[in-house]
Design a protein around this ligand. Sequence first.
Ligand SMILES: [Zn+2]
Length: 397
Amino acid sequence: MSEIIMCDMQNLWNDETARECTTPLAMRAWTSRLLGRDRDLVLYGGGNTSWKTTDTLYVKSTGSDLSTVSESDFTALHLAALRSLLDDPALDNAAVMRSIEGCKLDANAPKPSIETLLHAVIPKPWIEHAHADAILAVANVESCVETCAEVFGELAPVVPYRHSGAALARACKAVYETLATENTIGLILAFHGVVAFGRDARESYGNLLRLVNLAESWLKNRGAWQLPEDHVAANAASAEALRERISAVAGFPLSVLIDRSPLAMAWARRPDLAEVATQGPPTPQHAIYTKRLPLIGDDVEGYTSRYRLILERELGAEARLVDATPRIALDPGLGICILGVNPHYAAVAAEIYQHGMAIMTRAAAHGRYRAASLSDISLAELEYGGFERRVLSKLTP
Ligand SMILES: [Zn+2]
């Protein structure tokens, strides 16, 4: 008989605030902000939400953040037109994604989320999508399908990894149509995140928390929740030298942060670091801030030339749009060095890597940690990235 352990994830629903939401879109914006408020559920633009009527989908626009989203950040689209895009075998992924713009009710509305089609194909009025830490810590293992079947069962069947957009939407549709039962409240997106849905705002939000709490509780029961700490003293002196070397290879100045916390030291000194830390980030979105892999040791030039070769092989001519120098450097004496094109993005990468580190540690405590493929993550770096180029273009007049 398994032990029952209470979970930390709080349901932030409040009847009084709910009554103040006089329209479904106001309600949609409010419960989206509830999700966005919790850093273990949503980080920096990760995740998206929607509400639909029988003929219109209102989905979060790309670039808006769930923690601050408002009604005007939701874009209205023709639901039937969106669904028919996936039925046309003549349209490839890129063509489908281009055609989404033509489904907007108002051509001037903001660009809808990259996951718009996923929201369109699931026949539920309220949908939440997040890259929740606890879900990834359960699912991101070699035995993803078996483990998720044990933890979530028919509550949330597993969708195999597919690239965001048409491919992922088609996979979600297929899994929903073949495996969903009357008890199903969501889908687990392997190596990516989770989707939850419901008949109303409260149920949908509550269903997402229910899946996350199930994951957390299972990890605690398995002894896979507690993160190890190492109180060894770190040598901070070499961080500036490393920053200068990485900046020289990159060709532009990078900012650095050092994490020498007991959690960071335990991670940087793991005996199996070369295995666990080199599979890739828990969800492809993290890679745009942290790169696919950390630098382990100090061979900056070797790391960069290998990364550049991989990007060129995977992305062809567009590889030049992605910088190949590391953003995370791990060293058993130093801890974790986090780099960014400015102090803000170094802090973003630091926070994202802290969550990634916790997910990888917990996954490796119950299985073999795994991530999306090298091709998929390279593509994500290209498609979701771009902020670094915008920052750098402002530096050079
Ligand atoms: Zn996602």
